[in-house]
Every structure is written in C-alpha cells, then in structure tokens.
Ligand binder design. Sequence first.
Ligand code: IPM
Ligand code: MG
Length: 382
Amino acid sequence: MEKHIDSAVEQFRTLLTEQIARQQRMEKESGATDFSKLSKIVIGICGGDGIGPIISSQAERLLRFILKDEVASGKVELRTIEGLTIENRVAKNKAIPDDVLAEIKACNVLLKGPTTTLKGGTLESANVAMRRELDLYANVRPVCIPEENIDWTFFRENTEGEYVLGSRGVEIPDTLAFDFKVTTNAGTERIARSAFEYAKANGKKKVAIVTKANIMKKTDGKFSEICHRIAKEYEGIEAEEWYIDIMTANLVNERIRSDFEVFLLPNLYGDIITDEAAQIQGGVGTAGSANIGDKYAMFEAIHGSAPRMIEAGLGDYANPTSLFKAAEMLLRHIGFIDKANLLGKAIAICTEEEKRIVVTGYTDGATCKEFSDYLMETIEKL
Ligand code: IPM
Ligand code: MG
C-alpha cells in the first residue's frame, strides 16, 4: 500500500508542476488571430468516425458551394485531413497521431466530424486532446427556439476542469480511484472575458454563472469568484449566480427559461447542460459547437459519432444540421459574416419554416445528401 501511495503522490506532484506551468504560459498569451490580415485561410476538414464521414462530406460540399469564389481565387483552401479515425488512433495508441496533428496545425480552422471516445482505458478522447493541443479554450454553443423567444449562448470552459486530467487519475487496485479537477486563474479569466465580450457585443443584459461552488469549493469556488470579478468590468451586464442542479431544472421550466441569455460554466457542467439545451431545441442533431482559441478554432457537431445508426445501417439518414450550424459558426469566425448569415437563414427555412425535406434519422425521412441538396437549392434562391 505504501508503494501505491508514494506513486500516487509522485503523480500528483507531476500534474501540479505541469498545471502550474500551463497557468504561467496562459498568462503570457498574445491575443486572437485577425483573419482579415491573412492572405490565405486554410480550412481543414476531418471526417471522424461513425456517421462523421457521411455528414462531413456533405458539409465540405456545402462549404465548397458557399466559398466557390474564394476557393477559386486562392483566398480560401479547403483541405481534407485523413487519419483522425478510431482505428488509426488505437493502432498508434495516440489520441491524435503525430502526423495528423501536424496537418491540423498547418490549417487555420477546422471543421471536424464526431470522433469515437472510448470508455475507460488510457486512450484519451481526440476532442479533449485537440482542445488542449490547439488551446481551444472557449466552447461556444448557441441554442435558439424563436417561437419560444429562446436565444441561449453557452460559454463552456474547454481546456480544464474535470477534463484536462481526466485520463490521468490514480487508482489503487481493489481499493479506490481518484480523478483530478483543475481550475486556474488565467484559464477562468479568459473564458469569462469571452462570455462577457460576447454579451457586450450582442446587447445581452445578463450572464448566468453556473457552478456547484457550494460543494466543489476550491475549483468551482475559484471559477465563480473570478467570473464575478471580470463581470465588474462590464457595466450594464448583470452577473447571476446559479448552481448547476437547479439550472438543469430551469431549462425545462417553460415559465422562466426564455429569461436566460448567456451561460458561463466549467467544462463538465457545460458538456452536460448543452446536450439538454440542444434536446430542447429539437435534438442533439440540431446544435453546432465552436471551439475557439486565440490561434486556432475547431467547429463540430454537438453530438457523437452515433455508432448505433451505423450498426443499424442508417448512416445515410444521419442529420447533418448540427455540423452545418458549425459550418455557419466557422464562416462567421473567419470573417465571412454575410455568407454565415445566408447559411443561417437557409438552415432556418429548411428546418423550421418550410421543412419540405425532413431528416428523421430513420428510413422514413430524407437522406443526409437529399437534405444537403435541398439546403443548397434554398441558398441559391436567397
Ligand atoms: C462534446 C462531447 C465531448 C465532450 C466528448 C466526445 C469527449 O460530448 O463535445 O460535448 O465530452 O466534451
Ligand atoms: Mg458533450
């Protein structure tokens, strides 16, 4: 037992040293990329696993269609990146194989299909690894239900909390297991600023800071305290304090839910509550997700790779809307605001207003390709 304890203590020392170094690196960071200054923007496209290659090939078609002039002039390059598959990752025993990571880092932004995350074992999630390697600290997830006057934007911290050390816990066989949750000052300050800057730029009056600071006193306590401190820099925007349990209830409380505007949360709570929010909007197939850092950004569907759809032979019926919404966020992020608005409008027509072709995920609905054709025809008419 003493040996186990010594090795656990040693591991904790390593983690602590690494995380202190990360906090110090963050303190020195230099600010966001100005895409208007780049002579060329490279958009990488990763297929992923399960339904990923099916929906991302349609998303690539859509981007080629919307960006045809920019691709023709060389202002934008769309680059397919192979090898971010569970088979390749298991074979190389790497969350993101080195050659794939190098290709990813040669792009400015990425559109990524869902990747399989294995339960247990030591192979880290490709998502978590990518968020860490590219330092994609803000996970921004909008959920909109116009007929209910719901316009929510979630700012989920994306590089720390329960996730960053999630594959590096300690275990004493047949006795116990420990995981580590980490919250840093610099990590919290940057996500808080992202949320409040967004609120300011979009005329939002309230930001809901959501934690479990009554229980996770150190980590969530720090998160809450720093968010409130940053809030003081933003006059006219109210910072509300909520606990995650009651907030999950609030989202299904039709009397009050439309009062919320911007949410600011640590990683795991943000993960859970954004699936709930997406389900309220119409399903996890309907929500896009942006992972934003200062240098890189990655855009993806909020949902997973849906292996059950593939096993049931329903892959072609997968709903690409979530990834298309991610593509809309990508266009907005790189400065193509009109094109993003056009795509957003077409998605709203196809999925809410006109609904001439509907994807259900089953054979009674349209295929992913049929829906994509419909969307592109709609764009052409706008
Ligand atoms: C998400 C996903 C990921 C997460 C998984 C795939 C690792 O659920 O983007 O919300 O937990 O962050
Ligand atoms: Mg999730």
